[in-house]
Ligand binder design. Structure first.
Ligand SMILES: Nc1nc2c(ncn2[C@@H]2O[C@H](COP(=O)(O)OP(=O)(O)OP(=O)(O)O)[C@@H](O)[C@H]2O)c(=O)[nH]1
Ligand SMILES: [Mg+2]
Length: 193
């Protein structure tokens, strides 16, 4: 199942939300959407929700389960993505290397080349949570994202801290990316005359 047939109509972008199981993706999406805390269960398959991000721009979030067997599905959600949200449990140092490896695999995917990335350093409320700089280093973001816009936003999905900023950032990146792609297509069309 890919995104080819599910493009949002009008202006907007598809935003896959990926990250290891228990990173907080579903909690986050629910909080963004309904301003409410929510008891989640591990996601089998995916959740989808649309959020208005300013005039005439709707972000369609694809919250895909992060358990190992779910990760095989991730690449399907990368087609036609206008931005990627990668969610990390900043307090789970034990699994950061696993998260880095998955992040690297995603970014190697040809269909997500140049697509902007917002990494959410989630669970900042927990003791010992790594901050944005430390997450940047652990995930080797500068290395993997040298060809695109990227940003690391610290947040807490339970209180909602950092989420409006993350939404704003994704929307800005997605708009810029869309514009640059449209310009590129126009240039290609002009060249074919
Ligand atoms: N303390 C704290 N707990 C959080 C935070 N965000 C999520 N959680 C908890 O982390 C657990 C997993 O959250 P989910 O949102 O289900 O995680 P997920 O990334 O959707 O997991 P999968 O669906 O398995 O991929 C839940 O018990 C949440 O309540 C946070 O910012 N702080
Ligand atoms: Mg989930």
């Amino acid at each position: 199942m890919g995104l080819q047939n599910t493009k949002p109509s009008g202006k907007g972008a598809n935003i896959p939300m990926l990250g290891l199981d228990s990173a907080g993706k579903s909690t986050l999406l629910y909080k963004l959407r309904y301003k409410d805390a929510f008891i989640t269960v591990p996601t089998i398959g995916f959740n989808v929700d649309m959020i208005e991000a300013g005039k005439d721009f709707t972000l369609t979030f694809w919250d895909v389960g992060g358990q190992k067997k779910m990760r095989e599905l991730w690449s399907n959600f990368l087609e036609d993505a206008g931005g990627l949200l990668y969610v990390v449990d900043s307090s789970d140092k034990r699994r950061l290397e696993e998260s880095r490896r998955e992040f690297e695999l995603i970014l190697k995917n040809e269909s997500i080349k140049n697509v902007p990335v917002v990494v959410l350093a989630n669970k900042q409320d927990l003791p010992g949570a790594l901050n944005a700089e430390e997450i940047t280093r652990k995930l080797k973001i500068k290395k993997y994202c040298s060809d695109r816009n990227w940003y690391v936003q610290p947040c807490c999905a339970i209180t909602g801290e950092g989420l409006p900023e993350a939404l704003q950032r994704v929307a800005t990146f997605a708009r810029q990316y869309k514009k640059s792609k449209e310009t590129f297509i126009t240039l290609k069309e002009l060249n074919s005359f």
